[in-house]
Design a protein around this ligand. Structure first.
Ligand code: ZN
Length: 322
């Protein structure tokens, strides 16, 4: 009898697992046809002991850098730093690889990418350029999110507190490098509604005093155009560490890509993944929407590396290999 039940359960599990695999939808192409920022800059170093290559869309503020290090002899461990900050690396069959962020507020000028193998230390200069981030001075009205009495009501404050706790828990998760290949664009069309690191101004109305203040905020991601229901794809391989409705973010997905890299997607209409799911680059994870603090359907996407925000579009064309 027991054996019979376990066989049935085993079969049910097999069936449901098989169903899950067929449900996964992958984007047809890694980048939409109208995505034109496809050139990649390279810095290379070739020494007797080691060769290094650094790749970036631009070596400028707010960009992600991908690097490959190939030692001439077999080594188990190397130490890598950018601007004296340690960077995690992953050992592959061909060498080591990793990522680092050029912070949006990184001082322009020459910074060192330092590789230490045994007793040998190599400094590779990286010239960081200034990025002209946009500034918007027209105060935006965010409907109920521009009303102080709504934002400060006890129920809302309690919900915001719970959401903050959930996000902190998600960003505190740790995995080794989960990336197996190239990144995908998160949409099937590339149209930017609001650029990365733009300075924006919001209205905040106090109905008791009758006064309207303005609040300045930095846009910690990019807003991509879309209609409600349009596809949202995972940018890189990883594990979903949050997938639910939050106060400001609306329906949000946070993916941990390992080694301190996270991407997140906001304001979605529908979510097709759950916390704990393993996803691959280009996998359909949700549908564009206007949930949370949003004035119309769009996708907000962000990319964080070791706590530093970078333009999520800067990962798209990097020649990442397994
Ligand atoms: Zn946004």
């Amino acid at each position: 009898m027991r054996k019979g039940i376990s066989i049935v359960l085993g079969l049910l599990c097999l069936l449901s697992c098989a169903k899950d695999i067929t449900k996964v939808t992958i984007a047809k192409t890694p980048v939409p046809k109208n995505f034109t920022a496809t050139d990649i800059k390279v810095i290379s170093y070739n020494g007797n002991d080691v060769s290094c290559m650094l790749f970036a869309h631009r070596f400028s503020q707010g960009n992600l850098v991908y690097f490959e290090i190939v030692p001439a002899f077999d080594v188990e461990k190397i130490t890598v730093m950018f601007n004296e900050k340690g960077i995690p690396t992953t050992k592959r069959s061909w060498g080591f690889r990793g990522f680092f962020a050029i912070a949006p507020d990184q001082k322009p000028g020459t910074h060192n990418f330092t590789v230490t193998i045994g007793t040998k230390k190599i400094d590779i200069p990286v010239v960081v350029a200034r990025t002209p981030f946009s500034v918007s001075t027209i105060p935006m009205d965010l409907g109920k999110f521009s009303k102080k009495e709504y934002l400060e009501s006890p129920e809302v404050l309690e919900f915001i507190r719970q959401c903050t706790e959930k996000k902190q828990k998600a960003f505190a998760t740790h995995y080794n490098d989960l990336i197996r290949g190239r990144a995908f664009h998160p949409r099937d069309v590339h149209e930017v509604n609001s650029p990365f690191w733009a300075k924006r101004v919001y209205k905040l109305h106090d109905s008791i005093s009758g006064k309207t203040q303005t609040v300045e905020r930095i846009h910690r991601g990019i807003d991509l155009n879309g209609n409600t229901g349009d596809p949202v794809y995972a940018m890189l391989d990883g594990i979903v560490v949050l997938a639910e409705m939050l106060f400001y973010e609306g329906n949000m997905v946070i993916i941990n890509h390992g080694n301190g890299m996270f991407s997140y997607y906001m304001h979605m209409d529908k979510l097709y993944v759950a916390s704990g799911d393993t996803v691959v680059a280009g996998q359909l994870i949700g549908a564009v929407g206007s949930t949370g603090m949003s004035t119309g359907p769009h996708l907000h996407v962000s990319l964080v590396v070791d706590g530093v925000q970078v333009n999520p579009m800067s990962v798209v064309m990097l020649p990442i290999r397994d």
